[in-house]
Design a protein around this ligand. Structure first.
Ligand SMILES: NC(=O)c1ccc[n+]([C@@H]2O[C@H](COP(=O)([O-])OP(=O)(O)OC[C@H]3O[C@@H](n4cnc5c(N)ncnc54)[C@H](OP(=O)(O)O)[C@@H]3O)[C@@H](O)[C@H]2O)c1
Length: 335
């Protein structure tokens, strides 16, 4: 395997490979060997497998992979590593970027063209070019998995695809961004001011330094595109979603909703069209989850409304979805 991106998700995945290694081998016949790791400064490559503990130590102490000695290639890029490393699977976990989807989009495309299976936790390439990437994976006969892009460790995509097989899923709606939900929850429960809660969320590491992506509704929109294309068979990209974030939600608006037995939530919804906007829902509604939780409701026939709730992000949680994707790839080729 080649890990492109070695931040919160990449490192959590490497830790899981070490801590869960015996179980993965015993239960799934899976013995992941990491032959390359790339970050923004360079790469470490070794056909015999990288010493994962050393890589984690190096990253922790120096912020780079330089302590891997002879394996370290300063300045080596993700594209070089994908082309030059002999590996079956590429895990793409570089930062989400929504204007061009780079560098993730080129990483994913190149990996597929090189015949590598791809596991992607980065929403950018999918939000901008999911139909083309699905087609490219099919054309190159590789598996493309992206469970970690929606719901972190909560298996939103596979739940709907596998467990609801045979049901007609007619529409879906969800709370898909933990930061916005944390802010709205605090405004409702404590009457807090949005700016104050946002600063607190940034301090706690829930929100990015630039909050536009979360509170502007774009993170929710990316996830809506991915889940809608995967589950409902649409061919959306980010530009097709009508997006309104929570920046204009006032304490007065939240209090008025509360007086009516309602609460204000940022909802991504795919019915006739794809929308993201603050909506009032009854406090008894299954989507009324608090804090950083995510929830998604599938409107199904004949089973009715089915809602899945879970933690929407986190390094370990998202890394667990990468493990699930890896198991799925292994299963596909063990048949
Ligand atoms: N964290 C979560 O809970 C979570 C949940 C679901 C999905 N995701 C998604 O997963 C992806 C990774 O998230 P994260 O939290 O792990 O991000 P992160 O901590 O910022 O890590 C990003 C990694 O990508 C590397 N990188 C940046 N530019 C690069 C380039 N041009 N070439 C190669 N590597 C490059 C960084 O290098 P340096 O180490 O040198 O800076 C870093 O190792 C993001 O797209 C995010 O949206 C994250």
């Amino acid at each position: 395997m080649l890990l492109v991106g070695f931040g919160v998700v990449g490192q959590s995945f490497a830790e899981l490979v070490v801590s869960e290694g015996a179980k993965l081998g015993r239960d799934f016949g899976l013995r992941p060997k990491i032959v390359g790791i790339v970050d923004s400064k360079g790469a470490a490559c070794s056909p015999d497998g990288i010493d994962i503990s050393k890589a984690l130590d190096s990253k922790m102490s120096s912020g780079s992979l330089e302590k891997l000695g002879a394996a370290y290639r300063p300045g080596m890029t993700g594209l070089d590593a994908i082309q030059e490393t002999d590996c079956e699977v590429v895990v793409e976990s570089t930062p989400t970027e929504l204007s061009k989807g780079e560098p993730g989009l080129s990483h994913v495309r190149t990996a597929m063209k090189e015949g590598r299976h791809v596991i992607c936790t980065n929403k950018g390439p999918l939000a901008l070019a999911m139909p083309a990437l699905m087609e490219l994976a099919h054309h190159n006969k590789v598996v493309f998995k992206f469970s970690g892009t929606v719901g972190g460790g909560t298996p939103v995509l596979d739940f709907a695809k596998k467990c609801l097989e045979g049901s007609d899923i007619r529409s879906l709606s969800g709370i898909l961004n933990g930061t916005s939900n944390y802010i709205l929850s605090k405004m409702a429960s404590e009457g807090s001011n949005m700016k104050v809660v946002l600063a607190e969320a940034q301090k706690l590491g829930y929100a990015e330094a630039d909050p536009t992506y979360d509170i502007g509704g774009f993170d929710t929109a990316c996830k809506l595109v991915i889940v809608s294309n995967y589950i409902l068979g649409t061919s959306l990209s980010l530009k097709d979603v009508q997006v309104k974030g929570i920046t204009e939600v006032s304490n007065e608006h939240v209090d008025k909703a509360k007086a009516k037995g309602n609460t204000v939530k940022l909802i991504g919804r795919m019915e006739k069209k794809a929308t993201v906007s603050p909506e009032e829902i009854p406090i008894t509604h299954p989507l009324n989850v608090s804090g950083t939780f995510n929830a998604i409701s599938f409107n199904t026939h004949p089973a009715g409304e089915i809602t899945l709730v879970g933690k929407g992000a986190g390094g370990k949680e998202t890394a667990s979805s990468v493990i699930r994707d890896l198991i799925e790839i292994r299963r596909t080729f063990a048949r």
